[in-house]
Design a protein around this ligand. Structure first.
Ligand code: SF4
Ligand code: SF4
Length: 359
């Protein structure tokens, strides 16, 4: 197993090039992904859920017309074909008007996709969504049957998620991936999950690990040790070499010498640089994984594009993150203080991937 640090010359060289490209991208900050938290209602109660969703959410679903006004503002200043709209929640499929939403987004020229647990995805529903222009989907599968259902808190959730995946495999016009939250219960199953996905016809798979916040912070079964975390990285690296399925680690965390080997790109938190979001209460933020208040405006008071152009400085200049462990870290120039979702409301770092890998 290669050492995680110091960085090899090859890694350092790649990271320096990526750093230059990142600076360019920050300067231009073209909006490329726009998340819409269209509901907080959810049909599951997942152990690791980072969102504030409940079966009966405290907020009503956002009316479609409110979000369409945002899209019109975006469309006035940006080519809509270049901005990918991703519907998230809660669980987007609980919205009975999801097809209507999708069609309206599509008719304005924006490609769109959704993130779902698959529970409500029947073949008919998928066909209706495809007719409304659905381009991409992400479905969660958190283990084999017992482990997935344990995580998701509902006995039929595994079978239904797998059915959803099968329907998506058949629907060749929709690009989709499966996402798995790796934890202490399912880490031993990674090979078996991989085989299941390959046998089902899945082409793209993403795994992520849990950071200690919200519900997940109090659940030791969800937190990997340093040794387990390295096993996940080794598993990803080996799977990528085998080439039977495109596996990558989620977007968060600077990973030392695993950079460039477990993802298609080098670490760069793109929140607020190319990724924006509209949250359920109208808040304008960057990435729906960010739960602390890094909101920069609100669609009910502000023009989305004015906020995008003028107020996203904390995302585009991360010098303020040079505190705590990051203040003296020699990898700050590549990491910039980790993903924005790993900062609490006071700006403190909640988790360092590199530190965990080196434990
Ligand atoms: S200490 Fe901070 S800058 Fe260094 S690797 Fe960890 S999160 Fe990144
Ligand atoms: S905030 Fe976190 S999840 Fe969002 S883009 Fe940055 S690293 Fe990824």
């Amino acid at each position: 197993m290669e050492k995680i640090t110091p960085l090899t010359l090859r890694h350092r060289f790649g990271l320096e090039i990526a750093r230059k490209l990142r600076q360019e991208q920050i300067k231009e900050h073209p909006l490329r992904q726009l998340f819409w938290e269209c509901t907080l209602r959810c049909n599951l109660h997942c152990r690791h859920c980072g969102s504030d969703c409940k079966k009966e959410a405290g907020f009503a679903d956002m009316p479609l017309q409110d979000f369409l006004r945002v899209l019109d503002q975006v469309g006035e200043r940006t080519d809509p074909h270049k901005v990918f709209v991703i519907l998230t929640g809660g669980e987007p499929l609980v919205r009975e008007d999801l097809e209507v939403c999708g069609r309206a987004i599509y008719e304005r020229g924006f490609p769109w996709g959704m993130v779902t647990n698959g529970l409500y995805l029947t073949r008919d529903r998928l066909n209706r969504l495809r007719a409304a222009g659905l381009h991409t989907a992400t479905v969660s599968l958190d283990g084999l049957e017992a482990e997935h259902n344990w995580m998701r808190g509902r006995p039929e959730s595994f079978e239904r998620a797998l059915d959803a995946i099968r329907f998506l495999v058949e629907a060749t016009d929709v690009i989709f991936d499966v996402v798995t939250c790796v934890n202490r219960r399912n880490i031993a199953q990674l090979e078996a999950i991989k085989q299941l996905l390959i046998d089902t016809g899945v082409k793209r798979w993403r795994v992520f690990t849990i950071f200690p916040t919200g519900r997940a912070a109090k659940d030791p079964a969800l937190q990997l040790t340093g040794e387990e975390f390295r096993r996940v990285m080794e598993f990803i690296r080996t799977t990528r070499k085998e080439g039977h399925i495109q596996l990558s680690y989620g977007c968060e965390g600077f990973l030392g010498n695993y950079e460039g080997e477990v993802r298609d790109h080098l670490f760069f938190c793109q929140a607020g640089v190319v990724v924006g979001s509209v949250l359920i209460d109208g808040s304008i933020s960057a990435c729906p994984s960010i739960r602390a208040d890094y909101h920069q405006g609100n669609i009910y008071q502000d023009n989305f594009m004015d906020v995008w152009e003028q107020r996203f400085q904390p995302y585009r200049d991360r010098e303020w993150m040079r505190t705590g462990d990051c203040a003296t870290c020699k990898y700050f120039r590549y990491c910039l203080g980790n993903g924005m979702h790993l900062r609490d409301g006071e700006g403190k770092l909640m988790f360092c991937h590199l530190k965990r890998l080196e434990e």
